[in-house]
Design a protein around this ligand. Structure first.
Ligand SMILES: Nc1ncnc2c1ncn2[C@@H]1O[C@H](COP(=O)(O)OP(=O)(O)OP(=O)(O)O)[C@@H](O)[C@H]1O
Ligand SMILES: [Mg+2]
Length: 250
């Protein structure tokens, strides 16, 4: 299928109406339905949504590790059909080097992500699945600041899954909020119009920052509370699992 159409050439990364259905013992499970998003080069997107809605599935389709049942992903005018060196992935819940501390693992992964490959080709798109989810808050703060600095320097396009509302607002140009599954899709997109470089201490008292934060909390806790789970005030839905990271150098 040739998805290189003229009207799509303007968007750098085009997630073009993807749906995916998995076969299961209980019959077909439609996990994603008509997910569409056009991403600009150098944009930082956070993907946020309740556990199990399909965030990792979206990321794996962009990575070329899963094929959508309908629709597809177009990067710089070419359809993504397999993993490639233009996309670096930090997986959820994997340990890159089990003997290293969590901090060292994340540091290593981020260093790897931003390092030039041997061919001097920089990775263009960084796909990160809850990369800092298991870190203590001070280390996490440090990693977020490093990520912002590096991204400002290299202008990589980033799609990051997070459960942390403050992290999403601090880092993102846009926060993409997914509805609950099955048949999950993009519920709302919030533009984060805050100047860069961003400083967390200054932003903590910034009414615009706090407005954005409240919008995401409202989406997650009022409009899209997980079925069967009462709304809570806990923004960070980390499951407390062992920290972990893995890196595929595509
Ligand atoms: N290969 C597969 N076969 C069947 N079902 C799958 C498969 N992969 C994912 N799923 C189901 O798709 C849904 C979405 O899974 P996914 O891992 O993308 O969610 P998630 O939003 O990343 O969740 P979390 O926040 O817990 O990481 C889940 O119900 C999961 O069980
Ligand atoms: Mg996931």
């Amino acid at each position: 299928m040739n998805r290189t159409r003229c009207n799509e050439m303007n968007s750098y990364l085009n997630i073009d109406h993807i749906s995916i259905t998995f076969p299961t013992d209980n019959g077909p499970l439609n996990v994603l339905k008509d997910v569409k998003l056009e991403v600009k080069q150098g944009e930082f997107i956070s993907l946020i949504g309740h556990s199990g809605c399909g965030k990792s599935t979206v990321l794996n389709i962009i990575a070329g590790l899963l094929n959508a049942t309908e629709g597809g992903v177009i990067l710089e005018g070419k359809e993504v059909t397999e993993p490639g060196p233009d996309r670096a992935v930090v997986f959820q819940h994997h340990s890159l080097m089990p003997w290293l501390s969590v901090y060292d693992n994340v540091r290593l992964a981020v260093d790897q992500l931003f390092k030039k490959t041997k061919s001097k080709q920089e990775r263009k798109v960084l796909l990160m699945d809850e990369p800092f989810g298991a870190l203590d808050s001070l280390t996490r703060t440090h990693m977020q600041d490093s990520l912002m600095e590096i991204q400002a320097r290299l202008n990589n396009t980033v799609i990051m899954i997070t459960h942390d509302v403050d992290e999403a607002v601090l880092l993102s140009d846009r926060i993409v909020m997914m509805s609950n599954g099955p048949s999950a899709t993009i519920g709302e997109i919030l533009d984060i119009d805050l100047p860069r470089p961003r400083d967390r201490l200054t932003l903590a008292e910034n009414p615009t920052y706090n407005h954005y934060r409240a919008e995401v909390v409202k989406f997650l806790h009022e409009r899209h509370t997980q079925p069967g789970v009462p709304a809570s005030n806990d923004d960070n839905e980390s499951d407390g699992e062992e920290p972990a990271l893995s890196l595929v150098a595509g």
